[in-house]
Write a protein that binds this ligand. Structure first.
Ligand SMILES: [Zn+2]
Length: 87
């Protein structure tokens, strides 16, 4: 479950909430003496997603490089039996 950082715009109270992606965003400050609105900050949840996309980008790059190498080799291999078939 991702955790989100919230900050109250009125008293600047910072707090962390564990909730699912589909859960409703909090809007009110949990402080009893404050009725300010809270704002969700881009905290741990966003960082994890950013990290993840970066990992896949690197992985994809090396993978496509390998695939290109294989493809070139395969093209060479398939060119000779094709010649034989035409004969
Ligand atoms: Zn507050």
């Amino acid at each position: 479950m991702p955790n989100y950082d919230y900050k109250c715009e009125k008293c600047e109270h910072l707090f962390e909430v564990f909730q699912t992606m589909s859960a409703e965003k909090l809007s009110d400050c949990p402080q009893e003496n404050c009725d300010g609105k809270v704002k969700r900050l881009l905290g741990t949840g966003g960082a994890v997603i950013f990290k993840g996309s970066g990992f896949y980008e690197t992985d994809y790059r090396s993978d496509s490089y390998k695939a290109g190498e294989k493809k070139a080799k395969k093209a060479k291999e398939t060119s000779s039996p094709k010649k034989e078939g035409n004969d």
